[in-house]
Design a protein around this ligand. Structure first.
Ligand SMILES: Nc1ncnc2c1ncn2[C@@H]1O[C@H](COP(=O)(O)OP(=O)(O)OP(=O)(O)O)[C@@H](O)[C@H]1O
Length: 788
């Protein structure tokens, strides 16, 4: 049997479990019982419960510890009873010995999880229950002591134990995280009374037990937030907001006033430069890794691939976003649920799951973007102008389904320009020009607040800076938090990089396969260019190898140049979630390399067959060879060019810009290869070092020269030359003499520096070095997109 002992300090009640010792000390110095008084020592005294008996010990404090107004001797355990009055300097601590007792009887365990959790809200019960049982398991399964029915909670998630007089918290699963005061619990950590554990949107602390933060706090609170862009432009003027749970909010204002900026500050996509955003009472900045999994965000552009079917879109989103231990069956159940909650299953004749996203209407596509976000069951949805592309009829059913979501408890913040959308929302936030908050409140009081006849006039008034500043700007009462620089929200790795890579490759592969027309064009390119080369060149010469190298560069760059910029919205959204930049780049490289390999095989086969069949008279052995080495080298060039294309695609923000730059990137490959003209200027020579055109042409020349030499050496038909000093020198074979690609065409007539890297391996190494540089450039270009 155990006795429950409680300490009362002012309004606070703290349980003192059996065999527990608590340190009393000054605030912010790590004590279990913190007293906000400078006259209290950092480590002032201890109070402990030894088998139901309470002892207090003063730790040589300056201002003393008092029992019944008598200062006690330092470093001596003094037993105290119910009647005694204990004082730590000015604070009086009352000790209460509760009458009821607790047994370790198993019947105490209540099977229904809600009943069980209700008990845990009891401000004083949790500690004693943990002490009595020795530990408390927390998890999704009903057999846990604290049951949290939430997808980001593992079946057996964490454990609070009581050992050696102290409480400890440990996370039992690596994948789903437990946070202690905002920091991930990586190892078993001592738990103090003032510590707060957060798992999903639940908080647990020894004093207050379990709390569902969604019930305790507003969904979103912005306190004195302001946004300054790096160019010093103010995107948002200081403002404060409070958005209750399950509210449908429209965010409106004139064009360019900062609506998207505010949305991004509230969801962490591009955080405020000062002030604080709280999501269900938790600091967005400190708990971003948790919060990002529980909020949904659909930016202005669709965050889906039009080449995939609806089912595959949702399936891959589930695989990439849900915890790795989520079964396919569970993902399918969720897909069915989100499809029905967004009324996407109305057409009984044609199942929307099998339709390609690209064939859907604008409204349906928007809903699929939202469905992707709903898979993770977010408590807040941020939507940036979802109704803009929709016609009035579609808007009605679209907003009705969003309303339904708010009834189920989701909070929605939606940027909109459409006055008719106000019929569906509970609240409006109206921004004025240059990011000034001018209105927050129920939609039906917007017109009266501005004393106008219609919403168009609200736009007129809020577009006039002078009027806004004079009459409407709702300045934040006080700026509580000042930050000097943009807070960097630390991004967390996905559960498994390998699995993320697998699903990214799988999705990208499917996208490519489903885009039949484009695939046909991709494979028609080597047929056409290879055919032309065969047609134009009557005999194998340096020009042919130059064309092979340039074609490889062209294939790689053109295959890749639209691949990142074309899905920037998807990339940015997934990056905000848990996308790793390296797995993303590698997934692009893997799939694009497969395409480049097929193109290469087609191209080399055509050129090989052409020169094999149409040999020059007297030189029947002069054809492209060796076949597989040529394929390998062309593929290597094409892969390297793919990286170049990916760099262009990651650096620019629009497809148009990339397409303008592609020819500019290709020209040096042609001009600096040393074939068009002799390169005899050091600067130009050095520039040619950075081109695949140069290394590619030279590499092919070497492969050919070597293969002819080898072939002729084998057949012993070698050529010897008598030099000026009457030495006999091996110069190669008949065929090689005829070609002599490297020496004659590139060194003597072409580049001067060829001899500097006089080996094929050096060629390969130079290309590898270029690849490494380009890979790093892609990485940093993508990283730059994280926060603008
Ligand atoms: N990355 C940035 N750097 C500098 N200024 C920016 C940046 N992003 C936005 N701005 C500026 O901040 C202001 C607000 O932009 P924001 O996109 O938030 O407006 P908006 O109200 O959503 O506009 P719209 O209704 O046209 O979508 C604009 O003047 C814009 O030029």
């Amino acid at each position: 049997m155990q006795q429950e002992v409680y300490l009362k300090i002012g309004a606070k009640t703290i349980a003192l479990a059996e065999n527990q010792k608590l340190l009393i000390g000054r605030k912010k110095h790590g004590a279990d019982i913190e007293i906000d008084d400078p006259s209290v020592g950092r480590k002032h005294a201890t109070i402990e419960n030894k088998a139901g008996k309470i002892y207090i010990k003063d730790l040589e404090s300056l201002n003393g510890t008092y029992v019944n107004d008598k200062r006690i001797e330092s470093n001596k355990l003094i037993e105290v009873s119910l009647k005694d009055k204990i004082k730590v300097v000015s604070e009086s601590i009352e000790i209460t010995l509760k009458k009821n007792t607790l047994t370790k009887d198993k019947s105490e365990k209540i099977s229904k999880k809600d009943d069980k959790n209700v008990e845990l809200n009891d401000a004083t019960g949790l500690k004693q229950k943990i002490t009595s049982k020795g530990f408390f398991n927390i998890g999704r399964l009903s057999e846990n002591d604290i049951v949290l029915d939430d997808r980001v909670v593992s079946r057996k998630h964490a454990k609070i134990s009581f050992e050696n007089g102290n409480f400890w918290i440990e996370n039992l699963r690596l994948k789903n995280k437990t946070y202690l005061n905002g920091h991930e619990v990586k190892e078993k950590t001592r738990l103090r009374d003032t510590d707060v554990i957060t798992i999903s949107f639940y908080s647990i602390d020894l004093l207050n037990g379990l709390k569902d933060l969604r019930k305790e706090h507003s969904a979103i609170e912005a306190i004195g937030i302001q946004k300054k862009y790096p160019n010093n432009k103010i995107g948002l003027q200081s403002l404060s907001l409070n958005i209750p749970q399950a509210t449908f909010v429209a965010l409106m204002g004139p064009s360019g006033c900062g609506k998207s900026t505010l949305l991004k500050c509230l969801n962490g996509d591009n955080p405020a430069t000062s002030g604080e955003v709280l999501i269900h009472g938790l600091s967005l900045e400190k708990n971003f890794n948790l919060i990002k999994k529980k909020i949904g965000y659909v930016p202005q552009d669709d965050i889906i691939h039009k080449e995939l079917t609806v089912y595959k879109t949702l399936f891959y989103a589930g695989k990439l976003r849900l915890p790795d231990d989520t079964s396919d069956e569970e993902i399918n159940n969720r897909i069915n649920r989100v499809i029905s909650s967004l009324n996407l299953d109305q057409d009984k004749e044609k199942d929307i799951r099998g339709i390609k996203v690209g064939s859907l209407s604008g409204g349906q596509r928007k809903r699929i973007s939202i469905a992707v976000e709903l898979l993770t069951e977010p408590t807040i949805l941020f939507l940036d102008e979802p109704t803009s592309p929709l016609d009035p009829e579609t808007i009605e059913s679209f907003l009705t389904s969003l309303r339904e979501l708010t009834k189920e408890g989701t909070t929605i913040v939606m940027v909109t320009h459409k006055p008719e959308d106000l019929n569906y929302v509970d609240q409006v936030i109206f921004l004025g020009v240059q990011g000034h908050l001018t209105f927050t409140g129920p939609a039906n009081s917007l017109i009266s607040k501005f004393e106008v006849n219609n919403i168009v006039e609200v736009y007129t008034k809020t577009s006039d800076l002078e009027q806004v500043l004079k009459n409407y700007y709702i300045k934040s009462p006080e700026v509580l938090y000042q930050k000097e620089s943009i807070p960097e929200i630390k991004r967390e790795k996905p559960d498994s990089l390998i699995l993320q890579l697998y699903w990214l490759i799988s999705r990208y592969f499917k996208i490519k396969i489903n885009d039949r027309e484009n695939l046909i064009l991709l494979f028609a390119q080597p047929l056409i260019i290879g055919g032309l080369v065969s047609l134009v060149f009557n005999e194998l010469s340096i020009g042919v190898f130059f064309m092979i190298a340039i074609s490889a560069v062209w294939f790689g760059v053109s295959n890749a140049s639209k691949e990142i910029v074309g899905e920037l919205a998807v990339y940015r959204r997934e990056r905000m979630y848990n996308l790793n930049i390296n797995t993303y780049i590698i997934s692009k490289c893997v799939v694009l390399s497969m395409i480049a390999l097929i193109q290469t095989i087609i191209f080399i086969s055509i050129v090989y067959l052409n020169f094999k069949i149409n040999t020059v008279e007297g030189h029947s052995d002069t054809f492209l060879r060796p076949f597989w080495q040529s394929v390998g080298f062309m593929f290597y060039l094409s892969f390297s060019a793919t990286l170049m294309g990916l760099f262009l695609s990651s650096y620019f923000n629009t497809t148009e810009k990339v397409m303008t730059v592609v020819p500019i990137a290709l020209m040096p490959q042609i001009m600096l290869a040393g074939v068009m003209t002799r390169i005899d200027n050091t600067l130009v020579e050095l520039l040619s070092f950075t081109t695949l055109g140069r290394w590619g042409t030279e590499g092919f020349a070497r492969i050919q020269d070597k293969s002819y030499l080898d072939a002729e050496m084998e057949s012993k038909s070698i050529l010897l030359e008598v030099t000026q000093g009457n030495d006999i020198k091996l110069v190669g074979s008949k065929a090689m003499k005829r070609l002599d690609l490297y020496n004659e065409n590139l060194v003597e007539n072409g580049t001067l520096i060829g001899s500097v890297f006089d080996s094929f391996s050096a060629n390969l190494l130079m290309i590898a070095a270029l690849n490494l540089v380009v890979y790093l450039l892609i990485y940093y270009a993508l990283k730059r997109k994280d926060s603008i």
